[in-house]
Design a protein around this ligand. Structure first.
Ligand code: 25A
Ligand code: L14
Length: 340
């Protein structure tokens, strides 16, 4: 039997995540019959390569999805809100990487290592949401512990790369770093403050409760993905002058006791996880080593000695790959294999 193949569109194809989505479709040998690359009018006509062939970028429009089976979106919240329903109306299933649809109760929010069965609910709206990058890597690491002994509360601080904000932010960090080291003037356009040689406790917009939207995504998305409204989550999300990969310092309080050694053993068999934890050899996860890979790396695993059932961990993953593009393509793979 010949494998079924699909007409695929990538919306936001010229962006940092969109580009990686194209690479992931190639690397993972997604069963593609045809591809279409979509972006704003600014990029229409630009040529991008897919499997050695040059393909012209087209402007994203309401009628872009006729004859398309699966569209992967990463063009920001505005375009997703506007165009995902147009795609669905034309029978195209959308895997959306923006925050636009994540908390819609009818739209499944999926991490393949955690809740792949939720994909079946794509039939509600024709849309599947990809979680926030910081949530994905945190839950890939915590889910095996959650299943084994329950988690009451999570306290997380993030150290997030600029690539999450897009190509312009990558340029801004590079330009500011060069300028400052050469005693030149520099511009601050993408972020409200200098990002080179700095840390900004501010990702996405501030909300009424004093938290940022990025922090509240970690709270609300965790509850939705675990299907547990009672789990306590509190987050501080920080932008750091790193290009690729987010790092996270995570403290959890479990329902039942688990030792640091048991956590190491459990995570060493967990899907998508690699444990790097040997302090004697200075071995722990690092952003520069995670970049370009699809694993969620976990290290610095130790017991929180201030409470009876507490664990501390350091979790690192490539925010553009597992945090966005890889996770979205993994969802599309399950959809294609099991549902279409
Ligand atoms: O709107 P938001 O939600 O606030 O999102 C802000 C940005 O964050 C990134 C993404 O940046 C987005 O633009 N982003 C969003 N969700 C993300 C997520 N979950 C995320 N990053 C990580 N995880 P990006 O640069 O990586 O990608 C932008 C892509 O979206 C296309 N696009 C934008 N508006 C569109 C649209 N496509 C269709 N319709 C629209 N209305 C965008 O295409 C790109 O593919 P493009 O043609 O606009 O960009 C091509 C080049 O132009 C630069 N550029 C972007 N904006 C401007 C611009 N140049 C001039 N003026 C601008 N206003 C880009 O840097 C790109 O190189
Ligand atoms: O997916 O790092 O909701 O600026 C939006 C903010 C992705 C990261 C999302 C950033 C995020 C992005």
């Amino acid at each position: 039997m010949t494998e079924k193949k699909f007409n695929v569109a990538v919306a936001g194809a010229t962006g940092a995540v969109g580009n990686q989505m194209i690479t992931c479709l190639e690397e993972r040998n997604f069963p593609v019959k045809s591809v279409k690359f979509l972006a704003s009018h600014r990029s229409a006509g630009l040529k991008l390569k897919f499997r050695e062939k040059e393909i012209a970028v087209e402007e994203l429009k309401e009628d872009s999805f006729k004859g398309i089976d699966i569209a992967i979106f990463s063009a920001g919240g505005g375009p997703s809100k506007q165009f995902a329903p147009c795609a669905a109306k034309d029978g195209c299933i959308v895997v959306d990487n923006s925050s636009a649809w994540r908390m819609d109760p009818e739209v499944p929010l999926v991490i393949p290592e955690v809740n792949p069965a939720a994909i079946k609910d794509y039939t509600n709206k024709g849309i599947i949401a990809n979680p926030n990058c910081s949530t994905i890597q945190m839950l890939v690491a915590l889910y095996p512990i959650y299943q084994k002994c329950g988690i009451k509360r999570i306290v997380v601080s993030t150290y997030q790369a600029v690539s999450g904000t897009g190509l312009k932010a990558i340029e801004e960090l590079a330009n500011q770093t060069k300028a400052i080291l050469n005693f030149q003037d520099y511009e601050t356009k993408v972020y409200p403050h200098q990002i080179a040689f700095n840390c900004l406790p501010h990702i996405d917009i501030f909300l009424e409760n004093g938290y940022t939207k990025e922090e509240m995504k970690m709270v609300l998305e965790t509850r939705k993905i675990f299907g547990n409204e009672d789990i306590g989550v509190t987050a501080t999300t920080v932008r750091v002058p790193v290009f690729y990969s987010h790092s996270e310092a995570i403290n959890i309080e479990t329902e039942e006791h688990i030792s640091a050694d048991q956590v190491k053993e459990l995570l060493s068999h967990a899907p998508g996880v690699k444990v790097l934890d040997d302090p004697a050899k200075n071995l722990y996860p690092l952003a520069v080593n995670a970049a370009g890979t699809d694993f969620t790396y976990v290290g610095r695993i130790r017991e929180d000695e201030s409470i009876p059932n507490g664990i501390n961990l350091w979790v690192v993953a490539d925010n553009i790959r597992k945090g966005a593009a890889t996770n979205a393509v993994q969802i599309a793979e399950i959809l294609a294999k099991n549902y279409l």
